[in-house]
Design a protein around this ligand. Sequence first.
Ligand code: NAP
Length: 308
Amino acid sequence: MMNEDQLWDVLIIGSGPAGLSAALYAKRANLDVLVMEKEYRGTGQITESDLVDNYLGLPNINGYDLGEAFLGHVEQLGAEFREGAVDGLEKEGGWWKVHVADGSVLRTRTVIYCAGASHRRLGVDGEAEFAGKGVSYCAVCDGAFYRGKDTAVIGGGDTALGDALYLSDLCEKVYLIHRREEFRGSASAVQQLQEKENVEILTSAVPDKIVGEQTVTALELKDGRSIPVDGAFVAVGMQPQTGLLKGIVKLDDAGYVVADETGVTSEPGFFVAGDVRTKALRQVVTAVSDGANAAVSAAEYIKRMQAS
Ligand code: NAP
């Protein structure tokens, strides 16, 4: 049973690759570590990737399996986990009060914020109306519902390309709809898609409206074309989950927590790691690396505070 009055050394918000890596490094630095996870045994966005093929040493691994391996490693070291959504943070004296949605308040010397990012909305008519009724943000989660059917994937980044590849093995036909001519995602994935007979790539194609009756029947484009589909998978990027940090720590214009690779933020004792940090490359490997750096920064901070 967890002691609610405990003053943790490190409280990690988020249990994706960045949070788990931070937990591993903090435990190895002999610190008391609590990981707040939104879902029981959740490992973040990585579970939505059917295939992770760029994590060094583990080619062709499924995202869920990679997340389980990360989690198992941290559990072995004895980090504690608690399920719950953090809905407020305040600094009091030399530590942080962390408010959880169930009403409890936890205390910690340092916070490592690893809450990641959530799916960006496309922002067209019909998107909200048909969410869960033909509009999805996760091909790996919902793809099986579209076996033998026609779908569209919207976006031109690695997520959209990966989703289109994944769906091409399940669906009768997959349209990849991208608003520009050049893809943001990897050239090798584009080439793989070009070789698929049931994939049609439409570039300079700007979505205008998702239409249907009970469920989605078509995606309409701004140039007047109507693409008949049973499902529309929106993969147009991510938005940092930093709503609760406004006024607490410095964010950039897009809402990311401003920090370099040390994870040190504008607020002493508050560190950041993973996709939610300002950085150029958001990948599992950079999230894991961020977690390690932020934990080392937190350990140094605690040592300095104890010495002063
Ligand atoms: P992303 O790289 O930001 O790409 C978002 C895509 O959506 C872009 O092509 C963008 O078009 C398009 N888009 C944005 N708003 C749109 C709108 N309103 N209408 C139509 N299209 C819109 O996002 P992501 O693909 O989710 O990837 C996020 C990060 O995770 C990236 O760093 C990516 O490399 C990484 N990732 C890596 C892997 C992997 O390596 N296995 C897998 C998934 C994600 P424009 O190109 O015109 O801006």
